[in-house]
Ligand binder design. Structure first.
Ligand code: TXA
Ligand code: MG
Length: 320
């Protein structure tokens, strides 16, 4: 039998124990793709310094190659070897790393990452994830890992191993199964290469960042070139169309509730926004799987992590 014929069909499903982690690290070293859980969503990881491995991420996702990737590192020291650090980066990284915050900073000339990672931009997005399995994988691999969310481009982000398998199938070599993600929406992206700019709302709120930095964040101007695919108007899209701010339900709709309302899936019966964020993508995956033509969603308060939830929902609802 040839080596190819002996290769198991489909992605390897790995447990996040010592054996699974060392297998995952070996796959990364060999230029393969490993999906792994972070506290936000599952990432599709590759060796950030290997051109072919990074190219394979774009292939597997069907992602346009002008959209740069986030590089995941073990700690602040590792980040400083890749980007030009500054006092504001120091301040926010001390407060929120490890955690759901990505910093975009000028790329260092001597950074060893593949130029495909940055899509040719002079800046690099870096983050230190908090989820134990992500940290264990970074330690086992011992280098920077490029990882976008582990979904096909434009589709719903994955917060469970099953979502990754559903969406990517054997386009990924292995999936480390660490259970559901605790935060549930992607990291906040903060640009720190000029006036601090919120490039994507996420797990760390704008209010918290402004309080810490002592100044208002700039809003990314809509006419600027897209620097984050999450900024594309249609993104996070289920098969069904999405109707927002539903205060009543139409016949046949799949009903996604928030708070004390009758519905098919409830993001948080008690009206807790963090619980709602953690449940958001799984709820969309589940309601989409019913084959309903429309998913109707209760209004979500536009405060705290509700801003990130509404950002994802409005992109899911945008015209395609
Ligand atoms: O929570 C997260 O950030 C997850 C987990 C896996 O870490 N990752 C994630 O990756 O959401 P992705 O590729 O789905 O979104 C990364 C965003 C993209 O919108 C990309 O355009 C933006 O980060 N980005 C990457 N590099 C950038 C840069 N140099 N300047 C501006 N935006 C950048
Ligand atoms: Mg994504």
């Amino acid at each position: 039998m040839s080596a190819d014929a002996m290769k198991p069909k489909g992605a390897e499903r790995l447990r996040p124990d010592a054996a699974g982690l060392s297998r995952a690290a070996a796959i990364l070293r060999g230029g393969g793709l490993v999906a792994f859980p972070t506290e936000t969503v599952y990432g599709l990881g590759a060796d950030a310094c290997n051109d072919d491995a990074v190219a394979a991420i774009f292939d597997a996702k069907g992602r346009p190659n002008f959209n740069p990737l986030i590089v995941h590192v073990a700690d602040m020291e590792a980040a400083k070897t890749l980007v030009l650090w500054n006092v504001e980066a120091e301040l926010v990284a001390r407060a929120f790393w490890p955690g759901p915050l990505t910093l975009v900073l000028p790329l260092r000339d001597d950074a060893p990452v593949s130029s495909l990672v940055t899509a040719g931009l002079p800046t690099l997005a870096v983050r230190v994830p908090a989820a134990p399995v992500a940290r264990d994988l970074l330690a086992a691999f011992g280098g920077p890992v490029a990882a976008p969310s582990a979904n096909r481009s434009g589709q719903i982000s994955p917060t469970r191993a099953a979502h990754v398998i559903e969406g990517l199938g054997d386009r990924v070599d292995a999936v480390l199964d660490g259970g559901p993600c605790s935060v549930g929406v992607e990291s906040t992206i903060l640009g720190l290469y000029g006036h601090p700019t919120l490039l994507r709302p996420g797990g760390v709120t704008e209010e918290t960042l402004e309080k810490l930095l002592g100044r208002r964040l700039a809003e990314r101007h809509p006419s600027e070139a897209i620097s984050a695919p999450g900024q594309l108007r249609s993104h996070y899209a289920p098969q069904a169309s999405v109707r927002l701010n539903a205060t009543d339900w139409e016949p046949g709709e799949a009903r996604l509730g928030f708070g004390d309302v009758p519905c098919d899936v409830n993001l948080s019966p008690s009206g807790d926004l963090e619980e709602a964020a953690a449940n958001l993508f799984d709820a969309l995956h589940r309601l989409d799987a019913t084959g309903a033509e429309v998913i109707a969603v209760s209004p979500i308060p536009h405060v705290g992590v509700g801003v990130a939830i509404n950002d994802r929902l409005s992109r899911a609802a945008a015209e395609r």
